[in-house]
Design a protein around this ligand. Structure first.
Ligand SMILES: [Zn+2]
Length: 307
C-alpha cells in the first residue's frame, strides 16, 4: 500500500465494534462503538463518517459467515447483522469499493502481512472457540473447519455449537474449557472467586501446582496435541501463527507448549513433523492494538479489490 492511501476498517465481534483507518501497516484513529441499541444503518453511517482525504475503500472484519457480495449470512455474536447486505448498503452510501470479510479470513490475511517471510502457515485462533485458515503465498488456500473434527466420539462428549458432539472446538476451545472448569470445581467443592473468569482461576491454580488445574491442563494439552497432529499430518506446515486469548495466555504458561508437543509426537508417524513446526504469535498491546492483524488483513482484502 502506498503511504498516501488509507482504508477505513470496521471490526465487529461479540464485544462490539472498533473503527480505524489503516495506512501501510499502521492502524490509526481507532475508536470503539457499542453494539447495544444500534442498527445496521447506524453502523454504515459510522463506517463512512469523517473519512480521511486519502481513503480509497471501506472494509469490514465480521465474526460470522459472509457471502461473496458482502451479505452477512449468519453471525451469532452480532444478531442484528444476520441477513443484512452490509456490503451493498455501504457501497450505496459511500460510492466507494467495499469488502466484507469473515474475521478468520481477515486475521489470516493480516498474519501474512505481519510475517512476510512465511510463505506457508496455519493461522489458528484459540479463543472462546477455535478457528483455522491455511495460507500460502499470502492467499488463503483453505476455509478449514478442522475444529469440528471429532476428538471425543463418546455419547457423553460435550455438545458443540455446530450441533455435533465432541468436536475439538467443544472440548478444548475456551468456552468448552470454561464449562469444564465450572463443572469440575463445583464437583470438587472448590469455590470460584466472584468476578474472575473461570479460565483465569484455572491459570492461577495451574501455576500454583494445584492438582485439579494441572489435571485439566493435561486434558487440554492432550487434546490440542492431538488436534495439531491431525493438522500437521495433512498440511505439513512449517509454522503456526497463533492469536486469541487462550493462545496468548495458556500457551505461554510454563510447560504447556512442551506438554502439547509431547502429546503431538505420540500421534505422528514421523516425530520430525513436530520438531519442524514453529509457533509464532501475533503482536499484542502495547506493540499493536488488539487484533491488529484483522485490521491489516481487512485493508489488504480491500486493496486487492482496488488493484
Ligand atoms: Zn463442532
Amino acid at each position: 500500500m502506498q503511504d498516501t492511501q488509507s482504508v477505513r476498517v470496521v471490526e465487529g465481534g461479540g464485544r462490539g465494534f472498533r473503527v480505524a483507518d489503516v495506512r501501510g501497516n499502521a492502524v490509526e484513529n481507532a475508536f470503539r462503538l457499542s453494539n447495544q441499541g444500534i442498527t445496521a444503518n447506524d453502523l454504515v453511517r459510522t463506517a463512512i463518517q469523517s473519512l480521511p482525504g486519502d481513503n480509497i475503500a471501506i472494509a469490514y472484519s465480521i465474526a460470522g459467515m459472509v457471502d461473496s457480495m458482502g451479505r452477512i449470512v449468519r453471525t451469532p455474536n452480532i444478531p442484528f447483522l444476520s441477513g443484512v447486505p452490509l456490503g451493498d448498503m455501504t457501497r450505496e452510501a459511500s460510492k466507494k469499493p467495499v469488502v466484507v470479510g469473515n474475521d478468520m479470513e481477515t486475521a489470516a490475511t493480516g498474519m501474512a502481512r505481519l510475517f512476510p517471510n512465511l510463505k506457508y502457515f496455519s493461522g489458528i485462533t484459540w479463543s472462546s472457540g477455535i478457528g483455522i485458515r491455511v495460507v500460502k503465498n499470502g492467499l488463503i488456500v483453505s476455509d478449514s473447519e478442522a475444529s469440528h473434527i471429532s476428538l471425543d466420539p463418546s455419547l457423553y462428549a460435550p455438545l458443540c455449537g455446530c450441533g455435533l458432539r465432541g468436536c475439538f472446538d467443544a472440548v478444548i476451545g475456551g468456552n468448552g474449557t470454561m464449562r469444564r472448569v465450572i463443572a469440575e470445581t463445583q464437583t470438587r467443592g472448590i469455590n470460584l472467586p466472584e468476578g474472575m473468569h473461570p479460565c483465569t482461576v484455572l491459570d492461577r491454580a495451574y501455576v500454583a501446582h494445584e492438582p485439579w488445574a494441572v489435571a485439566i491442563y493435561q486434558l487440554i494439552t492432550e487434546g490440542m496435541g492431538s488436534f495439531l497432529a491431525t493438522l500437521q499430518t495433512i498440511l505439513q506446515v512449517p509454522a503456526i501463527v497463533w492469536k486469541g486469548s487462550f493462545a496468548q495466555k495458556a500457551l505461554r504458561l510454563p510447560g504447556i507448549e512442551e506438554l502439547i508437543r509431547t502429546a503431538m509426537r505420540k500421534h505422528l508417524a514421523n516425530p520430525e513433523w513436530e520438531t519442524g513446526l514453529h509457533f509464532l504469535f501475533v503482536p499484542q498491546p502495547p506493540d499493536a492494538i488488539e487484533d491488529s492483524e484483522a485490521f491489516l488483513g481487512a485493508a489488504e482484502l480491500a486493496l486487492r479489490m482496488c488493484r
